[in-house]
Design a protein around this ligand. Structure first.
Ligand SMILES: Cc1cc2nc3c(=O)[nH]c(=O)nc-3n(C[C@H](O)[C@H](O)[C@H](O)COP(=O)(O)OP(=O)(O)OC[C@H]3O[C@@H](n4cnc5c(N)ncnc54)[C@H](O)[C@@H]3O)c2cc1C
Length: 472
C-alpha cells in the first residue's frame, strides 16, 4: 500500500503531524520505536501546555498575552531564540486547544501545588499518558496505520534532498513525504558523555545524569541527518532541559514525581557543604530547569536541597521522603557531608537573612545581605526543626541540539528547505529554545510544529500524488 506521509516517532509532535496529515486527506503511516505499552515518548510524562490567551479561557485564569509569553521566553533563553518561530509557537498555543479537544484531549484546572501556573498553563486531564492515548485512538479512527517496535535506522534522500524512503530492521519503506518527530538524543548516554566531555576535576559529568523520560530517544536519526546528510543544525549539544531530581530516581522514565520542588524555599549545598547559586532568583516554574545544569557543574554532580519545618506544605512533596534530622549537624552527618562546613554555610546564610514579608506567591522582599551567593527572594532562616534534605542529581528532560527549520517546518540543507521532509518537536525545539526553559513550552513547540509539519507534508505528498497520476 502506498503511503503519502510517513511520520517517524510516536510522541506528541508525531501524533499532531499524523492527525493533521490524515485530516488533510493523506494516507499516513506512523513508525514508533517503542513497544505499544511504552508508546508516546517523553510526551507520555507531560502534564501541561503553556498557552497564550488575552482573556480568561475555560481552565485558564486572567490573561497571558503574546508579549508576556515572548518576554518570558526571551528571558529564559537569554536571547538564544528565533523570534519569528517563537512568536509563531506562542500564537499557535492560543488556538490549538479546540483542535486538541476534538481529538479527545480534556483539560482540567491545575491541582494545588502545581508550580503556580494556573494562569499560563492548561493541564491535561489524566496527564500526558491520557493525551497520547487519545491521539492514538483518534489517529487510528482516521485511518492512520501505526507500527510499534519500528525504530528507523536511516533515511534515503535524492539529490534534491527530497525524502525517498526510511529503513527499519532491513525493510525499506517509501512515502511521498516524511515528518521527523523522533525526539532529541537525551536517552543516548554515550552521546551525552561525548557532548559534556571531561571536566577540570577529571570527571565525566554525564555519567551521573539521570534521564527523566523515555529510553527510546537515542538520537539515531538526528545524528544521521546531521552527519550523513549534512542537514542544517541548530543548538549546542550540551544545552538541554535539565532539572534537579531525586538522586534515587531510576535511570529512565522516573517522570514527574522525582522532581524536587523545594529549592526556592530553602538552600542548596554541594558535596563540600557550600551554596553555589541564588535559590530565590525567580519563580520556580521559570527557574526549575536551570538547576539540573547547576548541579551538573558541582563536584560529583550531586547537591542537597535543604529546608526546615516552615517549608512543609508549601511545595509538591516528592515521591520518596527526604532525610530528616532534629538538628543541622545531625542532618549533615546523615548526608555524609563535612559537618563543620555545612553548619558554617547554614549559619552564614541564616545570619544574612533580612526581615521581610514572606510570600511564596510573589517575588517577595525576603532576601539576604552580605552572603555570596545572595538569595534574592523567599530567604528565611533555616532554624526550625525538623530539618529535611533531598539529594539531587541532574535529570535530563530533553536536549536542544536539533535540525534547523523555518516556519514551514521543512528540514533545511545548506539553507535550502527540503520539498517533502519536515521536522517537529524535540528534534527542532532548539530553534525556539537555545537554552533555558519555561514550563509547558515543550508541548507548545511540539503541537505548533507537529501541526504545521503534518499539514505541509500532506500538501507535498498530495501534490506529488497528482504528478504521479498525470504521468501514469
Ligand atoms: C518527565 C517529563 C515531564 C515533562 N513535562 C512536560 C510538561 O508538563 N509540559 C511540556 O510542555 N513539556 C514537558 N516535558 C517535555 C515534553 O515531553 C517534550 O517537550 C515533548 O513531549 C516532545 O515531544 P516529541 O514528540 O518531540 O518527543 P517525544 O514525546 O519524546 O516522542 C519522540 C518519539 O520518537 C520515538 N523515536 C525515537 N527514535 C526513533 C526512531 N529512530 N524511529 C522511530 N521512532 C523513534 C520515541 O519512541 C518517541 O515515541 C516533559 C518531559 C519529561 C521527560
Amino acid at each position: 500500500m502506498s503511503t503519502d506521509v510517513l511520520v517517524i516517532g510516536g510522541g506528541n509532535a508525531a501524533l499532531c503531524a499524523a492527525l493533521m496529515a490524515a485530516e488533510a486527506g493523506a494516507s499516513v503511516l506512523l513508525l514508533e520505536a517503542s513497544p505499544r505499552e511504552w508508546r508516546g515518548g517523553n510526551s507520555q510524562h507531560t502534564r501541561n501546555l503553556r498557552c497564550m490567551h488575552d482573556a480568561p479561557q475555560d481552565v485558564l485564569v486572567d490573561a497571558y498575552p503574546e508579549e508576556e509569553f515572548w518576554q518570558d521566553l526571551l528571558k529564559v533563553t537569554g536571547g538564544l531564540t528565533d523570534e519569528h518561530l517563537a512568536r509563531l509557537t506562542i500564537r499557535a498555543s492560543s488556538t490549538c486547544r479546540d483542535w486538541m479537544r476534538k481529538h479527545g484531549v480534556h483539560f482540567q484546572p491545575p491541582l494545588s501545588g502545581a508550580l503556580h501556573v494556573a494562569r499560563t498553563n492548561a493541564f491535561f486531564m489524566g496527564g500526558g499518558k491520557a493525551l497520547v492515548n487519545a491521539y492514538y485512538r483518534s489517529a487510528e479512527a482516521l485511518g492512520v496505520r501505526v507500527r510499534y517496535e519500528a525504530p528507523v535506522e536511516r533515511i534515503e534522500l535524492d539529490d534534491e534532498r527530497r525524502f525517498v524512503a526510511a529503513w527499519v530492521k532491513g525493510e525499506r519503506i517509501t512515502a511521498r513525504a516524511c515528518v521527523l518527530a523522533a525526539g532529541g538524543f537525551e536517552s543516548n548516554r554515550e552521546w551525552l558523555r561525548e557532548a559534556w566531555g571531561r571536566n577540570e576535576r577529571g570527571e565525566w559529568p554525564a555519567d551521573n545524569f539521570l534521564i527523566r523520560g523515555t529510553r527510546f530517544n537515542q538520537g539515531v536519526l538526528l545524528k544521521h541527518l546531521l552527519d550523513d546528510h549534512g542537514a542544517d543544525r541548530i543548538g549546542d549539544p550540551t544545552q538541554a532541559h535539565m532539572v534537579a531530581i531525586d538522586a534515587r530516581a531510576p535511570l529512565y522514565d522516573g517522570g514527574i514525581c522525582t522532581r524536587i520542588d523545594c529549592v526556592s524555599l530553602g538552600v542548596v549545598v554541594n558535596r563540600h557543604g557550600e551554596r553555589f547559586y541564588d535559590e530565590g532568583e525567580d519563580f520556580w516554574p521559570k527557574r526549575y530547569a536551570i538547576w539540573g545544569r547547576l548541579v551538573a557543574q558541582q563536584p560529583e554532580q550531586i547537591a542537597y536541597s535543604i529546608i526546615d519545618a516552615k517549608a512543609i506544605g508549601r511545595f509538591m512533596p516528592p515521591v520518596f521522603p527526604g532525610v530528616t534530622a532534629a538538628s543541622l549537624p545531625e542532618l549533615a552527618g546523615k548526608l555524609g557531608l563535612d559537618v563543620g562546613a555545612f553548619v558554617r554555610t547554614l549559619q552564614d546564610y541564616n545570619a544574612a537573612c533580612r526581615p521581610g514579608s514572606f510570600d511564596h506567591t510573589k517575588l517577595d522582599d525576603c532576601r539576604t545581605e552580605g552572603v555570596a551567593p545572595a538569595k534574592t527572594h523567599w530567604a528565611r532562616p533555616i532554624d526550625t526543626a525538623p530539618f529535611y534534605a533531598y539529594a539531587v542529581r541532574p535529570g535530563v528532560t530533553f536536549t536542544y541540539l536539533g535540525l534547523r527549520t523555518d516556519d514551514t517546518a521543512a528540514v533545511r540543507f545548506g539553507g535550502t528547505p527540503s520539498a517533502n521532509l519536515f521536522v517537529a518537536g524535540e528534534m527542532m525545539a532548539g530553534n525556539v529554545l537555545g537554552k533555558g526553559y519555561t514550563a509547558g513550552v515543550g508541548m507548545s513547540i511540539g503541537t505548533a510544529f507537529g501541526r504545521i509539519a503534518g499539514t505541509n507534508a500532506a500538501r507535498a505528498a498530495l501534490q506529488q500524488g497528482v504528478k504521479e497520476h498525470a504521468v501514469a
